[in-house]
Each structure stands twice: as structure tokens, then as C-alpha cells.
Design a protein around this ligand. Structure first.
Ligand SMILES: [Zn+2]
Length: 210
């Protein structure tokens, strides 16, 4: 039994609960859940456009039924996480069709041009991400004293792996858009749900020999 974060009613046998977070602290009761018709539709897990349409409709339904702000925020977070998962599924699926030899010839730079080449087209801003995993964090906090010793090399290796994986995603995304090189590459490090995540950013371009 729990309390609905939107209407304050108790959940139970006749009013089942729906969780909007993995900690199971944000609860929506069955009655409120029923008001969100589009939330109940399991949209195509591989169609981001369809998902975004459903996303908007759920927002409208929440407005229409005057859901409180806390619930609206929780719902947005819930849907954004689901959206990110769909995006990742799509990327994983696409990776299967990418020619790995193209990946190895993809030209990369942190700068904005390549010696002997000219940029014939800008494809778009792209990013790739990879989480270090919770193991990296627990290994780190478990023994701060060891941080400069073995822990640090463990952490360092995980970081390199994560950076490489983020780079691979970046290249795949560039290839899928039709680019053959990436300029302006840089890395961000952020924490998502307690996991250190490496994000590689860049601009996918088309280059040709001068
Ligand atoms: Zn409710």
C-alpha cells in the first residue's frame, strides 16, 4: 500500500499502484493512471517519433486532468528515461549494420580541419556516451587511501574503456548520418543515476582530398 503522489489516495487491491521511479517512492494510483490513456499504450520501442507524439499526448492529458506539478515532473523524468532507452536500442540496432572497416577509416580530430582535406559538408552535431558502471564508483569509494595506487589504475582503465566506447558510439552515429569524419571532438563527464558517464561530442562532417 502506498499513497498516490497526485491525488493522495491510498493504493490497494482495488486501486493498484504504478511506480514512476526505480526507488519506488513516486507512486501513481490506478485511478490517476487510468486518466492517462496514452501512458497505457506501449508505444513502438523502436520509433522515437511515435514515442515523442505519445509523450506530448500524455503531457496534454496531465494538463487536462490537472495533475500536480510534482507528478508532472516525475512523469517527465520517467518518460525521458524511457526515451533515452529507446534511443540506445535504436543505436544498438544500427550498429549491427555499420561496416566496421568504415569505422576504422573515419577521420577524427579535436580541431576543426584536416591537413590536405577540405570540408565539403556539415552533417550535424553528434554525441556518444558510455557509463563506467557502478563498480568503478564503489571501487573508488571503498578505499580512498588506495586511490593513488591500485584503485587509480583500475579506475583509469575503466575510464579509458568508457572513453573508447563513447568514441565508438560517436563514430557509429556519424556514419549513420552519412559523415566520413568528425571534428571538434571533446569529452564531458557527468553522473547519471549515480553512474559516471563519459560523453563524447563532435560535429560529423564530409571531407574530401584537396
Ligand atoms: Zn491518484
Amino acid at each position: 500500500m502506498a499513497i498516490c503522489m497526485n491525488c493522495g489516495k491510498k493504493t490497494g487491491m482495488r486501486n493498484p499502484e504504478y511506480y514512476l521511479d526505480s526507488d519506488m517512492t513516486q507512486v501513481l494510483c490506478g485511478e490517476c493512471y487510468k486518466k492517462l490513456e496514452h501512458f497505457q499504450i506501449k508505444s513502438d520501442e523502436n520509433d522515437i517519433q511515435k514515442f515523442d507524439e505519445t509523450f506530448k499526448l500524455i503531457q496534454m492529458e496531465m494538463e487536462e486532468h490537472q495533475f500536480n506539478d510534482e507528478t508532472k515532473t516525475a512523469m517527465m523524468r520517467f518518460l525521458q528515461k524511457r526515451r533515452a532507452r529507446i534511443e540506445r536500442n535504436i543505436l544498438e540496432e544500427k550498429k549491427k549494420y555499420v561496416d566496421l572497416s568504415d569505422m576504422n577509416t573515419h577521420m577524427l580530430t579535436t580541431g576543426y580541419n584536416f591537413e590536405g582535406y577540405e570540408i565539403s559538408g556539415y552533417v550535424g552535431v553528434i554525441s556518444g556516451q558510455s557509463a563506467l558502471g557502478s563498480g568503478a564508483l564503489s571501487g573508488l569509494s571503498a578505499s580512498a587511501n588506495n586511490f593513488l595506487g591500485t584503485e587509480s589504475s583500475y579506475f583509469g582503465n575503466r575510464l579509458i574503456e568508457a572513453k573508447e566506447s563513447a568514441m565508438r558510439e560517436l563514430i557509429v552515429s556519424s556514419l549513420m548520418k552519412g559523415g566520413n569524419a568528425i571534428i571538434g571532438i571533446d569529452f564531458d563527464y557527468i553522473t547519471i543515476e549515480g553512474l559516471i558517464t563519459v560523453i563524447a561530442n563532435g560535429t560529423s562532417v564530409k571531407i574530401k582530398k584537396k
